[in-house]
Every structure is written in C-alpha cells, then in structure tokens.
Design a protein around this ligand. Structure first.
Ligand code: DP6
Length: 328
C-alpha cells in the first residue's frame, strides 16, 4: 500500500435521543442535542487513495458508482476538506458496508464518519476527535457521533465551532447492551432525513419536543451512567415517539411507520409485560430497534423472527479508526 492510501472503519449508531430538525443550512446544526451508542458490527470500511494525476474524484460505493445525488453530496463534503487542508489532488473513495445487506440501519452515519477520518488523514491533517466530529457533521448530523465509540452525545451547538460530539462512556462501559433490529422493510426511504430535518421546523409539535428533550437527555445520561436499561428504555421510547409525532405533523406530513412497525411496537410491549427487558426505538424508517440485554437477546430475536421478520443484533462498538496506511 502506498503512503497516500488509507483504510478506515467506522460504526453506525442508534440514537436514544434523536437528532431531528436543523437550522436549515448545509452546516447541519441540530436543533436539539442527541445521544447514541455506536454499533460494533454494522460498520463501513472506506479506502481513500490520493490521485495526483487525476482530473476528478472517483467514487465506488458497495462496488457501484453512486447516484448523481450521492456524488453531489460527497463532492460538496470533499470540497470542504480541500478548503481546510489546502490540498487539491482528487481522491478515489471506495466504500463497503460490513452490514448484513439491506439491514435497515442507516449507513450515512458510519459512511461520513469513515470518510471524514479517511479523507483528512489522506491529506495529512492530524485532527483531534472533536475536529473530526465537526467535519463528519457536515456530511450527516448523526455521523458526528460515529467518530467516537461507546456512548456519545452530539451537542446542539449554535455555530459550526460548537456543534460537535463527545463521548459519555466508552464501549467497555456497558457490554451487555444490545440493539436487536426487526427489519420489517428494507427498501430505500421515500423522504430523506435531509428533507425531513428541513420540514421538521414547521411541525406544531416541534416546540413541545424542544422543551421536553433537555430533561429526557438528562435521564438518558443518568441511565447510561447507572447502566439502567428500564430508565434508558423509557426515555428512548418517549423520544422516538416524540420525533415521529413531529414527522407526522410536518407539512407535508411524513409517515415512516407501517402497520408492521405498530405490530413490532406491540410485540415489544407484550415482551415487557412478560418480564423480558425490551424497549423500542425507531429511526427515520419503519424498522424497529429493540434495546435489550444479551441475556434476553435470544428470546427477543426468536419472537421477532416468529412474526416473520429478519433480525439483526448488534452491540456497543468502538470509534472510527485507521486500519491501514498513514498520512502522506
Ligand atoms: C432519525 O441527517 O444524520 O436517525 O443522513 O439519513 O443518516 P442520515 O440522517 P441524519 O439524521 C439522523 C436522523 C435519525 C436520528 C438520529 O440518528 O439521531
């Protein structure tokens, strides 16, 4: 491998307190703080090669050339990295998700976290985690959190300088915690998160959500500190429902839930009724993430499979890291 070739890995993440709604610029400045755990196996691996003699960047995602829309998003991200680094050479970006295919877990968090670390390292920038988190945020808000492993909070931030993520506890803090995903649908979502963030501010529910989040975030931090799943689960369910209420009351309304989503929610409540520690959270899509412990995982998986869905389980993982290569 040449010195100008870098391979990086970063995990996706699942949020307990969701980022939904931003200040409407391409800086992705979130309206509220968000808190997540970085996933272990659902990872993106990205290879970046500096191309001194090329005229343009090259992109290969999952073995294919990405859509024009994705290329535009990637180009604008790389333009920003070049502005800060003062470097001009085009890059070749090859990226693969180590996710089970169509697992219904968003890949832009792991994708932009990996790209932020890989592109900045390839251009010789030796950045702190905080700077990398700010950079990753430009690609996708949730990517700012995937720079760190373990349990992570993305601050609200009023400016580009102060909207970055910080680690609350590392990946060794709560190794029994699991995210079991009921993949009720694995198609591409009809409305992107980027569009949803813009629409969110018009929801009449948004003011109520922004008022409730600080106390809920406090409970989530406390639950993580105490490794208290019931406390974490209750706050996570409330936050997911609050985010979806905002989505459903946006103009035009966004319904990510399907009838299967509700069936899975009811299944989780039924499990709890029977003494299985399980709580749900849902991102910008129909799939239901079940927060549970390793001791309950086999039973949670079995029940979700019995309802006819594919199931993916993951635990808490580390932060974005360079796995091959170094600065040129
Ligand atoms: C619902 O703008 O980071 O997952 O670019 O689609 O990954 P993508 O979304 P992003 O918004 C994340 C929305 C969310 C909640 C969260 O992860 O905080």
């Amino acid at each position: 491998m040449s010195a100008s070739e870098i391979v990086v890995e970063a995990g996706a993440n699942i949020a307990f307190i969701k980022y939904w709604g931003n200040r409407g610029s391409d800086l992705n400045l979130p309206l509220n703080p968000s808190i997540s755990m970085t996933l272990d196996e659902c990872r993106t691996r990205t290879r970046v090669t500096v191309l001194p003699d090329a005229d343009a960047d090259e992109f290969v995602l999952g073995g294919e050339r990405p859509s024009n829309k994705s290329v535009q998003r990637l180009e604008s991200f790389l333009r920003h990295v070049r502005e800060i680094s003062g470097r001009r050479e085009p890059l070749r970006i090859e990226s693969e998700n180590a996710f089970p295919t169509g697992c219904g877990i968003a890949s832009s968090a792991s994708g932009f976290a990996a790209l932020a670390l890989a592109a900045s390292t390839a251009y010789g920038l030796e950045w702190s985690r905080r700077e990398l988190s700010r950079l990753a945020r430009r690609g996708s808000g949730s990517a700012a959190r995937s720079i760190f492993g373990g349990f992570v909070e993305l601050r609200k931030g009023d400016t580009d300088e102060d909207a970055f993520a910080e680690q609350l506890a590392d990946e060794a803090h709560w190794p029994e915690l699991r995210d079991v995903v009921a993949v009720v649908a694995d198609g591409e979502k009809a409305v992107s998160s980027a569009e949803g963030h813009r629409l969110a501010v018009q929801s009449e529910m948004m003011a109520g959500r922004l008022e409730a989040v600080p106390e809920r975030a406090r409970r989530v931090r406390e639950a993580i500190r105490r490794r208290d799943l019931a406390m974490l689960g209750e706050a996570s369910e409330a936050d997911a429902v609050s985010m979806h209420a905002v989505m459903m009351t946006s103009k035009p309304p966004l319904f990510y839930w399907t009838s299967d989503t509700l069936t899975a929610i009811n299944a989780v409540r039924e499990m709890r009724h029977e003494g299985i520690e399980a709580w749900f959270t849902i991102d910008a899509g129909p799939n239901v993430h079940v927060l549970t412990l390793e001791s309950h995982r086999p039973e949670v998986e079995r029940r979700l499979r019995d309802l006819g869905w594919r199931v993916i389980s993951d635990g808490v993982g580390g932060g974005a890291r360079v796995v091959q290569g170094g600065a040129s």
